[in-house]
Design a protein around this ligand. Structure first.
Ligand code: AMP
Length: 397
């Protein structure tokens, strides 16, 4: 079986999957794992394969040591890269800036270009580059492919991409809307036309990627025409721990009140959103708190839903006609209440959810609107690793 290795490298962690690029989105990968606490006194490697789990605790001074140890552990169980038919390695790269609209086979030149984009994603791209470097060293004879989170949004029309700030400053600093979660929005939006029986060239759709990070996109005949995340993934709808859109004046206010730049960054990225209001970011916990009549949880949920509905409404106008509204990612796929509340009372707009279909478990792509609903409401499980694996294998040949 031809497999792909997909790597998602963070500053102190490295996630990987070995998977069949032809598998269903809901299928378990062949193997998956996580290297954590890289660079700290004690690190941890967890690998899952065929219902088993192997855990090792050891100091992991850098990503190279971590990935090397992962390969040794896989080898010990007879499933190391030398035992498998791995045809390509796909790397998640957060920021492709204006340089990359498509995934790219990684060469030294491409890697230099990704390096040039570090100022736009100072926290993410350096970690992605380290992952690419160590994986290329360990697997030099397999093609490596970079898949960019921003790629799908490269072609946003200028009216959606530009911020109304001083043009020369924006130009010098590369300030514009890049959008993120593009691999997921593209993957999900490509599945919807077949699901609802429409020609992809004539499908107007809204994709709601509601995970811990969350974003919405408007997709017109296969092309993204707007998306909620901006120059950074902090913008847009309310998220698990990120504020989403706020009055930019709040940032100056906080800075003048004595908070440092890093403190404000941390506040808005990690201590805000649903968690900032309720204390929790997991929607299962939030629901349990709402059931216990916790007023903060209820407020956080209402702020979340209100914001989500505003975005859906604005994309309905941007698209003119909407054929499908699709939910994906952890919350979008599993939380029937969020879907129902996001689209409640929109019958006038031809949006009618079927409560019974909405309540069904997350088994695969499905329509959850009534047959009369002019706008089809869908749930399509996303799988960014699978999408990256598909790209990697396609480009490697
Ligand atoms: P993701 O970022 O796509 O992995 O989504 C993670 C989030 O999905 C978690 O923080 C939860 O809020 C949410 N989630 C996962 N499973 C469920 C579930 N069964 N019901 C409600 N929310 C869920």
């Amino acid at each position: 079986m031809a497999l792909a290795l997909v790597l998602n490298s963070g500053s102190s962690s490295l996630k990987f999957q070995i998977l069949d690029p032809e598998a269903e989105a809901t299928a378990e990968p062949f193997a998956a794992g996580l290297v954590e606490q890289v660079g700290e006194p004690m690190g941890r490697i967890t690998i899952k394969h065929a219902g088993e789990k192997w855990v090792e605790e050891l100091p992991i001074p850098d990503h190279g040591v971590g990935l090397n140890r992962v390969f040794v552990m896989l080898d010990e169980h007879g499933i190391g890269p030398s035992n498998l038919d791995i045809t390509a390695v796909g790397h998640r790269v957060v920021h492709g800036g204006l340089l990359f609209s498509q995934p790219a086979v990684i060469t030294d030149e491409i890697l230099e270009m990704v390096r040039d984009l570090i100022p736009l994603a100072p926290l993410h791209n350096p970690a992605n580059i380290v992952g690419i470097e160590v994986a290329r060293e360990l697997l030099p004879s397999i093609p490596h492919v970079a898949v960019f989170d921003t790629g799908f949004f490269h072609s946003l029309p200028p009216a959606a991409a530009l911020y109304a700030i001083n043009a020369s400053v924006a130009g010098q600093q590369g300030i514009r809307r890049y959008g993120f979660h593009g691999t997921s929005h593209e993957y999900v939006s490509q599945q919807v036309p077949a699901l609802i029986g429409r020609d992809p060239e004539h499908t107007h759709q809204i994709v709601c990627h509601l995970g811990n990070g969350a974003s919405i996109s408007a997709v017109h005949n296969g092309h993204a025409i707007d998306t909620s995340m901006g120059m950074t993934p902090l913008a847009g709808i309310v998220m698990g721990t990120r504020s989403g859109d706020i009055d930019p004046g709040i940032v100056f206010h906080l800075l003048r009140s004595g908070m440092s730049v890093d403190e404000v960054d941390d506040l808005l990225n990690k201590k805000s959103g649903v968690k900032g209001i309720s204390g929790v970011n997991d929607f299962r916990e939030l629901r349990a708190m709402i059931q216990q009549e916790n007023s903060d949880a209820w407020l956080a949920y209402n702020v979340y839903i209100h914001n989500l509905r505003k975005y859906i409404g604005s994309y309905m106008i941007a698209l003119g006609r909407v054929d499908a509204i699709t939910f994906t990612a952890g919350v979008g796929e599993n939380d029937a209440n969020v879907r129902a509340d996001a689209l409640a009372d929109l019958e006038e707009y031809g949006i009618i959810l079927d409560p019974e279909r909405n309540a069904l478990p997350n088994t695969g792509p499905r329509i959850i609107s009534t047959p009369e609903s002019k706008v089809k409401i869908c749930v399509v499980p996303t799988n960014e690793e699978l999408a990256i694996a598909k790209y990697a294998v396609a480009l490697a040949h």
